[in-house]
Design a protein around this ligand. Structure first.
Ligand code: NAI
Length: 399
């Protein structure tokens, strides 16, 4: 049975799931490891689970020929050299969806707090001011929520918003099936001008940088509020600062910023600090105990499926083959350079060994191909050796 090493205090849900899947050789270590310590800890590991502090470099992978899969128990995968992992035939998994609900709940909470003018009232109460007034305080029921980016998080926000009575509109660059009673808008401007609450759920990067400009803020109603829990670069922060100070916008909630401190020792610097009608949170939209628990399960499940069946669905760097139950005696997982003739030669090897292929699934992605072959007989050591020594082979495993 495969050995799995889990580093960096990964949530207990991961080991629980792996045990339930029948894995007994699980080593759990509390910290990140580097260089020789990492090499020693993973020398005979089939799979490793890391969070963001363990770096798996090309150099580290070279020294770990036994390692077959990497699970990043977080969203990002920058800590792994993905190109090197692909070149070594090692799929890398992460948990892109486990904190969707946490972000969506925060957005709904922020919408309610902003429309009730709670940030200002809270700040003034802390300063000894008893501002008992209904002026400008509204329920969210029957208000129009505009979602920009109707993906995993945006769509979930829409569902929760409808359950508290909001009317949901969305704008997405792709055509998206509306959930519940949500209505698509033909343009960003059409959405901005009609909404009481606008919330951003687009990806980061060049295509969405400064998506919300001064001109677009000017289209919004002065009574409207803006929420950004996507990526900091999506909003022109100086333009937002001006709009808020000139009262051309009623409030904002920001969880992400163009420049964020790298750790809790660095000061958080933002022109929005000190504005009573702005909720500022330190990029914690997805940070909940439940999300950590879900991440533990989601990535452990992906590792278990790979180790038991060769499934690479949702791998970030690898050709994806969905879950196919292993119903035959042997299954061969073969990773190879993506070039002509590899499968023909491989199948000739199977035929020469007198083996009938029951099922075969191939996917390619960039430089590599990945094929799962099921046969109803045992695979001899000779055949395995032959498949491994084929010049295009990167990795060949038998399960
Ligand atoms: P997703 O990929 O499921 O959805 C993004 C949607 O935005 C897609 O439907 C896409 O078509 C759409 N889109 C792309 N460019 C657009 C544009 N210019 N205008 C309108 N729509 C556009 O992503 P998911 O998982 O919903 O995440 C959304 C954002 O939330 C990401 O930026 C992610 O990094 C961020 N996030 C923030 C967290 C936090 O702690 N605050 C936690 C988790 C995710």
């Amino acid at each position: 049975m495969a050995k799995i090493v889990l580093l960096e205090k990964i949530h207990a849900s991961a080991a629980e799931l792996l045990k339930a899947e029948g894995f007994t050789d699980i080593v759990q270590l509390p910290t990140a490891l580097k260089a020789d310590d990492l090499k020693n800890a993973l020398a005979d590991a089939d799979a490793v689970g890391i969070r963001s502090a363990t770096h798996i470099t090309a150099e580290a992978l070279k020294g770990l020929p036994h390692l077959k899969a990497i699970g990043c128990f977080c969203i990002g995968t920058n800590q792994v050299d993905l190109t090197a992992a692909t070149a070594h035939g090692v799929p890398v998994f992460n948990a892109p969806f486990s904190n969707t609900r946490s972000v969506a709940e925060l957005v709904i909470a922020q919408a309610i707090l902003l429309l009730r003018r709670i940030p200002e009232k809270n700040a003034r109460a802390h300063r000894g001011k008893w501002e008992k007034s209904a002026v400008g305080a509204n329920e969210v029921r029957n208000k129009t929520l505009g979602i920009i980016g109707y993906g995993n998080i945006g769509a979930q926000v829409g569902i929760l918003a409808e359950s508290v009575g909001m009317r949901v509109h969305y704008y997405d660059v792709e055509s998206k099936l509306p959930l519940g009673n949500a209505r698509p808008e033909p343009s960003l401007e059409a959405l901005l001008e009609k909404c009481d609450i606008v919330t951003l759920h687009v990806p980061g990067g060049k295509s969405t940088e400064n998506l919300i400009t001064a001109d677009r803020l000017a289209v919004m109603k002065p009574s409207a509020v803006l929420i950004n829990a996507s990526r900091g670069g999506v909003v022109d922060i100086d333009a937002l600062n001006t709009a808020l100070r000139e009262k051309r916008l009623a409030g904002a909630a920001l969880d992400v910023f163009p420049v964020e401190p790298r750790n809790d020792k660095e000061e958080f610097v933002s022109p929005l600090r000190g504005l009573d009608n702005v909720i500022l949170t330190p990029h914690i939209g997805g940070s909940t105990e439940e999300a950590q628990e879900n991440i533990g399960r989601e990535v452990a499940q992906k590792l278990a499926r790979f180790l038991k069946a060769g499934t690479t669905r949702w791998a970030v760097n690898f050709p994806e083959i969905p879950y196919l139950e292993k119903e035959t005696k042997s299954r061969v997982l073969h990773v190879h350079r993506n070039e002509p003739g590899v499968i023909a030669r491989m199948n000739a090897d199977f035929a020469q060994a007198g083996l009938n292929i029951v099922a075969q699934h191939l996917q390619t992605r960039g430089p590599i191909g990945y094929v799962i072959t099921d046969v109803d007989d045992g695979i001899s050591a000779d055949l395995l050796q032959k498949l491994r020594s084929e010049p295009a082979t990167i990795r060949c495993e038998l399960i």
